[in-house]
Design a protein around this ligand. Structure first.
Ligand code: ADP
Length: 361
């Protein structure tokens, strides 16, 4: 029927546009309903194996309320952490071949960004998110290549809060330093020269570093003011590899970014600190969108300088660098409008915009 014809047409358009765009991949992950939530109405109508997502407007049941999206991948709510990581493993490993890679998690607070990047609180190895798995994988592969290519793997963790960059691996937890960003990144991509950097040579190093970073991230946060949702956290893995035969040296870096919550804040309802936070978050998320969009549309001017986030990630966005964005969604009907704004952001950065999934002609 018509609906299917439109889907097929959109699919063709998507594949054509896919050829034109840059190095950004968009993976969409819908978090499951949480225990105790009962069975609220869902807006996620359909998750297709070929990267298709159909969302329905709860106030407009029927065909007219359907909106279709396509991304490089769409996960069903029961996708495991291991499945998700296995899809991005090649990207992570390309860092050891000298590529710069950025992996983001974008979405409203509570949509599963931290779950995807870090895992649930006190995660066992099975529940580990991307950060643990990536660090662990990189150090293991680097060990296995020893003798042929000798690698050094170093890790930094910073947080951007109100346009200030703070060191999450600093010794003195109570005194988080505000850091400067190098305007031009050095060859090895160290964009934040003052942030502590630690080597990773074992799984226990990975766990220790993640623990310190997570602890530092929550310093200063009260229950009422969950700061982690209002700041961007960035784990950066710096890799230096020396080819033992030729003596040549390669550099690669991986940025793992858990972005601040993307929810819109009603300006008439917040004041003071909360308004300032909201404005900074808005500005940095829209700057990120602008940079990725400019790259995808091959614009001659890329507006990296509009936020600390894009400044810091500049060497890893564009050029030969590879970008992947996890777009996180809440499945419930009450999140419909936030989910739509998340999906519109995702469409924009992926450079592919599709029409409504309703019958035409
Ligand atoms: P965010 O970082 O976007 O604010 P969280 O990662 O904290 O969201 O997720 C909100 C809640 O949902 C947490 O309790 C988390 O453990 C749970 N959650 C998120 N994604 C999943 C998932 N894929 N499977 C099971 N629980 C999840």
């Amino acid at each position: 029927e018509n609906y299917h014809a439109v889907l097929t047409e959109n699919r063709k358009l998507f594949n054509e546009l896919q050829e034109l765009k840059g190095n950004i991949r968009v993976f969409c992950r819908v978090r499951p309903f949480l225990p105790g939530q009962g069975a609220p109405d869902t807006v996620v109508e359909h998750v297709g194996e070929d990267g298709e997502l159909v969302v329905t407007n709860p106030t407009r049941p029927g065909k007219d309320g359907l909106r279709q999206f396509r991304f490089n991948k769409v996960y069903s709510t029961n996708a495991t952490q291991a499945e998700v990581f296995s899809d991005i493993k090649p990207l992570v490993r390309s860092v050891l071949d000298g590529f710069n890679v950025c992996i983001f998690a974008y979405g409203q607070t509570g949509s599963g960004k931290t779950y995807t990047m870090t895992g649930p609180d006190g995660a066992s190895e099975e529940d580990w998110g991307v950060n643990y798995r990536a660090l662990n994988d990189l150090f293991k592969i680097s060990q296995s290549r020893k003798g042929n290519i000798n690698y050094e793997v170093g890790v930094q963790m910073v947080e951007i809060y109100n346009e200030q960059v703070l060191d999450l691996l600093s010794d003195d937890i109570s005194q988080k330093k505000t850091l400067g960003i190098l305007s031009t990144t050095s060859q090895n991509g160290i964009a934040v020269p003052d942030a502590s950097m630690y080597p990773v040579t074992s799984t226990s190093d990975v766990i220790t570093l993640m623990d310190i970073g997570l602890q530092n991230r929550s310093v200063g946060a009260t229950a009422m003011n969950e700061r982690s949702s209002r700041s961007h956290s960035i784990v950066t893995v710096h890799v230096r590899g020396k080819d033992m035969k030729t003596g040549s040296v390669l550099y690669g870096n991986l940025h793992l970014v858990d972005l601040a919550g993307s929810e819109r804040v009603d300006r008439s309802e917040v004041k003071g600190d909360r308004l300032r936070e909201a404005q900074h978050i808005n500005k940095s998320l829209s700057s990120l969108g602008d940079v990725i969009f400019s790259l995808a549309s091959k614009s001659s001017h890329i507006p990296y300088r509009n936020s600390k986030l894009t400044q810091l990630l500049q060497s890893s966005l564009g050029g030969r660098a590879k970008t992947l964005m996890f777009v996180q969604l809440n499945p419930d009907a009450t999140s419909y409008s936030e989910s739509m704004s998340t999906l519109k952001f995702a469409e924009r950065v992926s450079g592919v915009e599709l029409g409504a999934a309703k019958s035409s002609k």
